[in-house]
Design a protein around this ligand. Structure first.
Ligand SMILES: [Mg+2]
Length: 182
C-alpha cells in the first residue's frame, strides 16, 4: 500500500526546531508544549505577522531551519518497519526556499522513502492511507479522497475531522495500517 506521510508535526518536530533557534537568538524559553494553535508564531514570538516569522525562519543563521528539525520519538522506527511491506510516500508543504534542505533532512535522517512530493495540493498524490496533522490538509484529503483512509495525527493544534481516523501515536498508526492492509 502507498502511505502518504506528512513531515512537519508528524515526523519532524517543527516547533522544537524553530524554538531552539529562536531561544538561542533571543534568550527566550519557548517550549513546544506552548503551541496550542496552527500558526502560533505571532502570539509566541516578537513577530507581528506570519510573514515576519517566515522571513526570520529563512534567514536565521547558517543551515536552513528545516535542515535541523528533530525527529518525533518512534517516527523513524515505525516508518522503517512499515517500509518493509508498504511504500512510504512523503507529502509535505514547504516554502520554496526550503526545498533543498528538505531533501537533505530526509537523507540525513535516513527516512525510508523513494518518493517525495513537496506540494500544497496533497490530495493530488494518490495514496491508500494519508497521515497528516494540518487542519486544512485533513479537510481537503477527506473531501478529495473520500474512498481512502485519512488519519489525523492528534496534536494540540488540530481537532477531530469527520471522515478522518484519529491516531495519537506511531504505534497506533502502525497497528492500524497493518490491521487493514496485511
Ligand atoms: Mg504537518
Amino acid at each position: 500500500m502507498r502511505l502518504g506521510i506528512d513531515l512537519d508535526g508528524v515526523v519532524a518536530n517543527f516547533n522544537a526546531g524553530w524554538m531552539r533557534r529562536y531561544n538561542d537568538e533571543y534568550g527566550t524559553d519557548l517550549k513546544p508544549e506552548m503551541v496550542h494553535s496552527w500558526d502560533a508564531f505571532v502570539p509566541l514570538t516578537r513577530f507581528d505577522t506570519n510573514a515576519e516569522f517566515w522571513e526570520w525562519a529563512q534567514n536565521a543563521g547558517g543551515r536552513g531551519l528545516f535542515r535541523d528539525l528533530p525527529l518525533y520519538p518512534d517516527a523513524l522506527e515505525s516508518l522503517t518497519r512499515l517500509s518493509g511491506a508498504h511504500k512510504i510516500v512523503i507529502i509535505t508543504t514547504k516554502p520554496r526556499w526550503a526545498t533543498a534542505e528538505t531533501f537533505a533532512w530526509i537523507a540525513d535522517n535516513e527516512i525510508p522513502t523513494r518518493e517525495v512530493h513537496i506540494t500544497r495540493r496533497k490530495w493530488e498524490v494518490d495514496c491508500d492511507v494519508y497521515l497528516d496533522d494540518g487542519p486544512h490538509n485533513l479537510d481537503s484529503l477527506v473531501l478529495e479522497r473520500p474512498d481512502r483512509t485519512v488519519c489525523r495525527f492528534i496534536r494540540p493544534w488540530n481537532e477531530p475531522v469527520p471522515g478522518a481516523i484519529d491516531v495519537d501515536s506511531w504505534d497506533i498508526f502502525e497497528t492500524l495500517v497493518n490491521g487493514r492492509f496485511s
